[in-house]
Design a protein around this ligand. Sequence first.
Ligand code: HEM
Length: 511
Amino acid sequence: IVKDGNPLGFPSVWLMAICISFVIKILNHPKRKLPPGPKPWPIIGNLNHLSSFPHKSLHHLSQKYGDLMLLKFGSKPVLIVSSPEMAEEILKTHDMIFASRPPLAAIKYFSYNYSDMTWASYGAHWRQGRKISLTELLNPRTLNSLEDIRVEERKTLISRLFNLSGKPILLKDHLTLFTLRTINRSIMSKTYCSDQSNSDTSIITHERLQWMLDEWFLLGGVINIGDWIPWLNWLDLQGYIKRTKALGKNMTEFYEYVLEDHKAKRQTEENYIPKDMVDAMLQLADDPNLEIKLTTDSIMGLIHDLVGGGTDTAATMIEWAFQELLRSPNIMEKAQQELDRAIGRERWVEEEDFSKLPYIDAIIKESFRLHPLCAMLPPRYSTEDCNVAGYDIPKGTTVYVNAWSLGRNPKYWDRPEEFIPERFIENGIDIKGQNFALLPFGSGRRKCPGNSLGMKVVRTTMANLLHGFNWKLGGDMRSEDISMDEISGLTTHLKNPISLITEPRLSLHLY
Ligand code: HEM
């Protein structure tokens, strides 16, 4: 390269090499085409666009920017999915890439460091947790074998409401007590919560356990500033980290007691045969051949996922459906006429009766459409770069599917804001994750593993409450005054539960 004794060619060759490598780099990584979205502010990104009802603010924003919208929460990319077509892209076409959950700081303290199922990242640990819940509890054979518990608890619920007939009640309180007792007995054989009948074996009150579940569902859905602007995390500006730590501590105290109680029973017998899911998990924890070691933390996390999944979900969905029926007395009357025709006034509705009640089924589906339990499905997280509908989605993007938006999409739903159960009669619309305009249980790898149990409880409870009682509004409230205001967390609740008065409508010897 030395010319006439001078190193003349040297700089130009190097310059050329740098230019060529730059061009190759650009050719290999052309400028990414990101989805549209509002311009982010420094530091906060687009957090200013979120109200206390993120599903609503993001729905409105998507009307302007489209059904695949990229925002920044702090400095982190967040993809908002607002149409059935785009939901299918994420939850079906690219399901595996988006099958993880973001490691949100607030959640760490009550998910046993993400070692439960709901908040675990995608991988062998999560797969094992899901497999255990399906083989030990959420499969058709085990669920059928647990039907007696559901029937017994339903009878207790009905006689409690019967004893209170004529007096104002808050339906939700009775529903959560019923679902909590049912799921606890199904998983751990006892309720472990005090009420008049079993205070000797209890460790906490029903109210305390309900508080834990309420906190779990609320804190699992909040936008914690420290998650998105990590250098502010230590300040815990909204106080959420403090609350999640307190929640984690309370959960551990309770579940440690449950585990110790089960271990003590196992020690009383040689070759002890597992009696419930907790026993089965303790046995698995001793299994040296298990793919991933089942730790005490994972067991506690899994139990809590199932207790939470089996309690708040069904109770909240029944409450939303009732709220709609109280606003439309003619629909409630039609449902009761169906019950009189198909079941008659001399018996209660059983799980096997459900195929005879298409109108009540339609009421439940219509409630799911307008009031999806998770207005935004729990967040997904991309583990690879990916192209969705022509847009580049970087690895490490958090994804929210707005289920509330999907159920209101005018392309799929006629008069979407109105409660019209008839739209579900005789059209077999799927609610288990195949129809992307209606995703009450999510879809894809992370879809709800408890949908079958959830539907059994929602259907028979709804049907029997309508069959067994006439429902009136308490005080001087009129149906047109009923508020549908919400409280948002991981699940969406009614803000103003109303007081109701029941009146028996079957032969009195049945109560
Ligand atoms: C009407 C009742 C129920 C509704 C509406 C419901 C709804 C949902 C939804 C929307 C998801 C998120 C799915 C996704 O991320 O795509 C979910 C996840 C989950 N549900 Fe349910 N659920 C119900 C009942 C249950 C029951 C009875 C259980 C268990 C006893 C349960 C346990 C779970 C668990 C563990 C997950 C997390 C799954 C994972 O991340 O892999 N759910 N549920």
